[in-house]
Design a protein around this ligand. Structure first.
Ligand code: MN
Length: 243
């Protein structure tokens, strides 16, 4: 069995980081695929991310039920866990998922205005960011992804990309591991704010696909990822990592 203590501690730290950087507030969540079983994932019980500790992390099956070491755990869970289960089932390349309602991203989901990278640190969001509208298939809802059919529909719009916006709700960010995915989620919000600030000044020049790819390769080197993670962890009052 793989070491579970380090990924569980890192996931608790990711919760604190995303809260401290304003990506999540009382709502939103981050999960990590189980290092021991690709058919499971780690996520907090239903708790605000800023308050999450190691003891709050549970193991769920892709159906959203407590599994493995968490089987029988009856603590309340996040309602929107079908987001995580559906994406992990369809995307073997995805090892980490963030769902959030960060504010600067919302205007792009409700207007369809293109949300593409305008600066190098946001290169992880991809060349295009699609918008998923829950009403197209499900009509009037409470806007939340509460069933697997909704999670699977959202996953189809995400397709092979890194980010999908959810009209009138928020977004989902996926990546290989915690650090690159946290980086994408933080800079998605920053990029959206920069776009909103740039638009009144004139035409936008986005990163070209070549610039975006080269930039993301640089940003995700071991050095930059560790440097960023240690910075965010320190700001959130958590220890960095030796790795
Ligand atoms: Mn939500």
């Amino acid at each position: 069995m793989a070491d579970r203590d380090a990924p569980i501690a890192d996931l608790a730290t990711a919760n604190r980081i995303l809260a401290h950087e304003g990506v999540v507030d009382g709502f939103g969540h981050v999960s990590l695929r189980d290092p021991d079983d690709p058919g499971r994932y780690l996520i907090s019980v239903s708790r605000s991310p800023e308050l999450v500790d190691e003891g709050d992390i549970v193991t769920l099956g892709l159906d959203g039920a407590p599994a493995g070491p968490s089987a029988g755990d009856d603590r309340p869970l996040y309602i929107e866990r079908p987001i995580h289960g559906a994406i992990y089932a369809a995307r073997p390349d995805v090892g980490c998922i963030v769902h959030n309602h960060s504010l600067s991203v919302i205007p792009f989901g409700v207007t369809g205005a293109p949300l593409r990278p305008v600066f190098h640190m946001a290169s992880g969001i991809g060349d295009t960011v699609p918008v998923w509208d829950i009403a197209e298939r499900f009509g009037d809802t409470d806007m939340l992804v509460t069933g697997m059919a909704q999670g699977e529909d959202l996953t189809r719009t995400l397709a092979d990309r890194s980010v999908v916006l959810m009209r009138g709700h928020g977004c989902v960010v996926v990546g290989e591991g915690l650090r690159d995915t946290v980086m994408k989620a933080i800079y998605l919000e920053t990029n959206a704010a920069l776009l909103l600030a740039s638009r009144p000044l004139g035409d936008i020049r986005f990163l070209s696909p070549g610039e975006r790819a080269l930039s993301w390769a640089t940003n995700t080197g071991a050095g930059p990822l560790k440097r960023a993670w240690d910075y965010w962890a320190a700001r959130a009052g958590r220890a960095g990592s030796e790795r």
